[in-house]
Each structure stands twice: as structure tokens, then as C-alpha cells.
Design a protein around this ligand. Structure first.
Ligand SMILES: [Fe+2]
Length: 552
């Protein structure tokens, strides 16, 4: 529901006042059942933030009271109201109180049918002078692979200002799909047990993920800024279909549509604006005079179909023919990644940030932006260690062997599969004076420290890639030692890759200050038990020099 600014600050009109009898109900086992999926907040602005919950065990039209306070005891209430929910929205509740104070830690709570939710903590965006911002960067939280201990670690860190999730917040696979073996071992089997196709399927899966202990803790503690990548709908979609969508699963637009409906229901995100399609999720977040963070959509609005090398074998016989294929077919000008309107949105936002003099411009980017060619696998330290673990690993190994000899990139679902679109992005950065972009990227289940360089060799910024919260690196099918060696070979072979590490699960803790930023790559000791430790496995400082960014 939307309320006007004045009401939000001074309290709602009498018709929407909280009944006194339920205003301070202590939490009980009943309340834990009603609010089994916790509370969450997200998409913060300077004067508003999305507050979310879900009420279980309810029927019909349900009034849910909400309140926002400046203290965790909820005594100094500054906004409150009542939102209605029902089966139409799967009993999820989303409210966006307006007129909140900027740059402030706030607390919120929901109440229904005599039960009070846990108190959530959130933060509005600051305005004016800001000297430090701490962002936790996460991606790829696959339930069967393990506990969301990375989320728990972030919940335990009160200095985090906001969590940026770069996608694969849920996975669509069945109990026998990706992660099945770990899921059975850990008792984390996907619900429903089949692959997600219908609205009911998507809702059930979101509910399962939201009930994870780490997820409950992180969402109650910090606001979320999520982008979606592929698995929120299904593996590797593009604007007209998806790798993991088959004809017997119905029409792709229908499946995509229900997955997005469940996403908007279950995530603490703003709804599309009037006249905007649900497939378009883009945003610009301003953190005072220090930083802007942008997201644009890279799956459903404009993306051309991924190139499948196996359908072009005749063009890939020599390094020369492969290079020509990459330039002309993969590099075709009309192979878009983002829509024209998203490109204009990003351009305007970057230009505004440059004009304001903000030192940092961050792209919340789903898939790796830097160029990453396959290295030659003809390396004894790699080959002697390889132990192929399954058919998938064998096919991956065979593919990499060929691509390594041809000097081609291997991740055609990433920006490497859309080099013309990438050059357009870099060209746009030049036009607005923003070749100091800091991209934060998910998808690969590996840590990356990359440099962005255009086709002419000119720097365009830096890229920090985060590993998965639970999903493992694809190289692990070669055995741990070989996988680590391959990470090193990739960094050696590619000018733009300073470091890559797929051996750890974790997240990035990014601290921005006026003159310098620091990225801490944080690894988790385990995702199999609730007891875990974190360890910073690499720390790198970033500074600006000559209009771009450098690792120092
Ligand atoms: Fe993923």
C-alpha cells in the first residue's frame, strides 16, 4: 500500500490505526509459525524502503498491521498502517512507507491475528556528505548445496549498510538436478521436488529459501538490493527462450511470467512502474555524495540467444577461422545484452553521478564483464592433477581443450558472448566520462579480481566477481587440485584477470571511502554445518588514477 508523506510521519488516519490489543503482543511459537518466512526490507531510497513479510496459516482477506520506529524496542514509532493480503498475493505483504528520514537505521514489525513478527532492522539511503559505505556482495544461493552461512555472516556484521544480491537467489532445478547429491546428504532437498514450471511451484521454492536460518537472519538485519540472473526463471534465458526450457513445459512467456510474479511477491523489491513491463527491473541507488549503484536487466528484455559453439564446429577448425567466427558471428552488432531504454537509463544515471562529482559508480552486474579466454590445457601441473568426476566434467574438459587451442572465451552466457554490446557499454562510459566503472559480478561461483579493457586496449574500470553463497565452481569436476591450477592458468593467460579463485564459497565485503575502496574476499569454512568461520582470503585496495581505477 502507499500512504502519503505526512501520514507516514505522524501516523495513519483513524480507520487504519492499529487495534491496541495486538500492538504489543509478545512473540510466541504461534508467531513463529505465522511469520515462518521472516521479515525483509529492500530497494531503499532516501525517504522510503520496501518492507516485506509473509503470513502463514491465514485465510481470506487478511489485514496486516505494520509499524516503523527509530528504536529496536519499537517505542518511537514514526510510521504505521495496515496492508491487506490474500491468496491472490500468496499471503505476502509488501509496504513502502514514505517520508522516512534519510540515512537512518530504522526498525519495523508486522502484526496479524494476535501474532507479532520479529523486529526487522533496515536503513534508508543517506543524502549529502557520506564518508564510508559498506556493501556485502553476494550471489548464487543454491539451497541443496548447503546452508546459507554467508548470509548469516553478513547478518552478524552490523557495519554492513546494504546487501547487493547479483542473482541466482533461487534455483529452479528438481531434487535430481544441480546440487542433488549434496542436498540428499545434507537433508536440503528442493521443494517442490520437480523443476519449477507453475506459479505454485515458484512460490513454494521461494518459501523454502526464505525459511533458511541464514536467510531469515540476513533479511531481518539489512536491506537488500537484488538483481535477478537466470535461475530465478530458469537456466540461461534470453529474450525469446531459455536453455532449460523445453516444449513440454508450456509456452516460455507463460513460465517466465509466473516466475516473475512469484519474484515480485516474495522479494522486498519495488513493483514495476506504470507502463513498465515486469521483465524490466532497473534502478539507480544514490548513496549521498559518495557513490551511485546501478542495475539493468540482462536476461529478458533484449538479450540475443546464446551462441552454442557445438553448432558451429566447421567454423572452428583453426585459430584464424575461430577468430573470424568470434568477430563476425559472436560479435555481430545486433547481439544485444541490454535494452536500448536500459542503456539510456544507465547513461543518464552515470552522467548525473559524474556531474555531481560522486567518486564511485558501481554496476550491479549479473555475468562476468571482463574478457576471459580459455587457456591452453597443455600444462603438466594441471593435466597430472585432473581427475574427471562425471560426464558433465568430461564434456566441459573436452570443450575447454578445444577452445584453449583456439583462443576463444568459454562462457558464452557472459558478456564474452556479446562483445559488440560490451564495446557499446564501454563506448558509453567514455561519452559520459565514466571510465572508472566498478562492476560487481556474480554467476560464476568463483572470486575474480578483473580489469575492464576495451577492444582498443583502453581501461574502462574494474570488476570484482563474487563466489557463490553455496554453488560450487564448475571446475570442481576436475578435482580440487586441478581446479585451483586452472584458476591460476586463467589469470596468467588473460590480461584482464589479475586473480581468480573457485575453491571457496563466500562473498565480497566492499568498503568505499572517498579516496579509496577496499574489497575483502570472504570465504566460509563450511556450508555443511551451522557452525562456521569466515576468513578474508584476499584484500585489495582500489584507487582512482588518470580517470580510471587501479588496484593498489
Ligand atoms: Fe549461479
Amino acid at each position: 500500500m502507499k500512504i502519503n508523506r505526512r501520514d507516514a510521519v505522524v501516523g495513519m488516519t483513524s480507520a487504519l490505526m492499529l487495534p491496541k490489543a495486538i500492538a504489543h503482543t509478545p512473540n510466541t511459537a504461534f508467531a513463529n509459525e505465522v511469520f515462518a518466512h521472516g521479515v525483509a526490507s529492500g530497494d531503499p531510497a532516501a525517504d522510503s524502503v520496501v518492507l516485506w513479510t509473509r503470513v502463514s496459516g491465514q485465510e481470506g482477506e487478511v489485514p496486516v498491521s505494520w509499524s516503523v520506529a527509530t528504536d529496536p524496542e519499537m517505542s518511537n514509532t514514526i510510521a504505521r498502517g495496515v496492508a491487506m493480503t490474500s491468496a491472490i498475493g500468496d499471503y505476502t505483504v509488501k509496504v513502502v512507507p514514505q517520508g522516512l528520514p534519510a540515512g537512518q537505521t530504522l526498525y519495523y514489525r508486522f502484526e496479524v491475528a494476535g501474532a507479532a513478527s520479529p523486529v526487522g532492522r533496515t536503513r534508508t539511503l543517506p543524502t549529502g556528505r557520506l564518508d564510508q559505505l559498506v556493501i556485502a556482495v553476494v550471489s548464487c544461493s543454491n539451497f541443496p548445496f548447503g546452508r546459507f552461512n554467508g548470509y548469516q555472516a553478513i547478518a552478524n556484521d552490523p557495519d554492513v549498510d546494504v546487501v547487493v544480491h547479483l542473482g541466482d537467489y533461487i534455483y529452479e532445478y528438481s531434487e535430481n538436478g544441480y546440487g542433488a547429491e549434496a542436498g540428499r546428504r545434507l537433508g536440503r532437498i528442493h521443494e517442490p521436488r520437480h523443476e519449477l514450471v507453475t506459479l505454485a511451484d515458484d512460490r513454494q521454492r521461494h518459501a523454502q529459501y526464505k525459511a533458511d536460518q541464514g536467510s531469515l537472519a540476513m533479511h531481518a538485519m539489512h536491506p537488500l538490493i537484488p538483481t535477478w540472473d537466470d535461475h530465478e526463471s530458469t537456466n540461461n534465458p534470453w529474450s525469446g527462450g531459455a536453455q532449460n526450457h523445453q516444449e513440454d513445459e508450456g509456452a516460455w512467456p507463460d513460465r517466465r511470467s509466473v516466475s516473475l510474479r512469484a519474484y515480485y511477491e516474495w522479494m522486498p523489491v519495488r513493483e514495476p512502474g506504470v507502463g513498465e513491463p515486469p521483465e524490466q527491473r532497473r534502478a539507480h541507488f544514490r548513496f549521498g555524495d559518495l557513490a551511485s549503484l546501478y542495475m539493468v536487466e540482462t536476461r529478458h528484455m533484449a538479450r540475443a540467444e546464446q551462441i552454442d559453439y557445438s553448432k558451429h564446429e566447421s567454423a572452428l577448425e583453426t585459430p584464424e577461422s575461430a577468430a573470424e567466427f568470434y568477430d563476425t558471428v559472436v560479435g555481430a552488432d545486433d547481439r544485444r545484452m541490454i535494452s536500448k531504454s536500459d542503456a539510456a537509463f544507465l547513461r543518464n544515471g552515470l552522467a548525473a553521478s559524474v556531474a555531481e562529482g560522486q567518486p564511485w559508480r558501481i554496476l550491479a552486474n549479473q555475468i562476468i564483464l571482463a574478457r576471459v579466454e580459455s587457456p591452453s590445457l597443455d600444462d603438466p601441473a594441471f593435466n597430472d592433477a585432473v581427475t574427471i568426476q562425471d560426464d558433465y566434467a568430461q564434456r566441459f574438459y573436452d570443450g575447454l581443450s578445444v577452445l584453449g587451442e583456439l583462443g576463444l572465451p568459454f562462457n558464452m552466457d557472459a558478456w564474452d558472448g556479446y562483445p559488440a554490446a560490451r564495446e557499446r557499454l564501454y563506448g558509453m562510459l567514455s561519452e559520459v566520462g565514466a571510465r572508472d566503472l566498478l562492476a560487481v559480478t556474480g554467476d560464476t561461483h568463483m572470486f575474480w579480481q578483473n580489469r575492464l579493457v576495451d577492444a582498443a586496449g583502453q581501461p574502462a574500470g574494474l570488476e570484482l566477481g563474487t563466489s557463490g553463497i553455496t554453488s560450487p565452481s564448475g571446475f570442481r569436476g576436475f578435482g580440487e587440485t586441478a581446479a585451483a591450477r586452472l584458476d591460476a592458468l586463467i589469470a596468467t593467460h588473460n590480461d584482464g584477470v589479475d586473480w581468480a579463485d573457485g575453491s571457496k564459497r563466500g562473498f565480497i565485503r566492499l568498503t568505499l571511502e572517498r579516496d579509496r575502496a577496499r574489497a575483502d574476499f570472504v570465504a566460509l569454512s563450511t556450508i555443511e554445518t551451522r557452525n562456521f568461520k569466515t576468513r578474508v582470503v584476499r584484500s585489495v585496495d582500489i584507487a582512482r588514477r588518470d580517470g580510471t581505477l587501479e588496484y593498489v
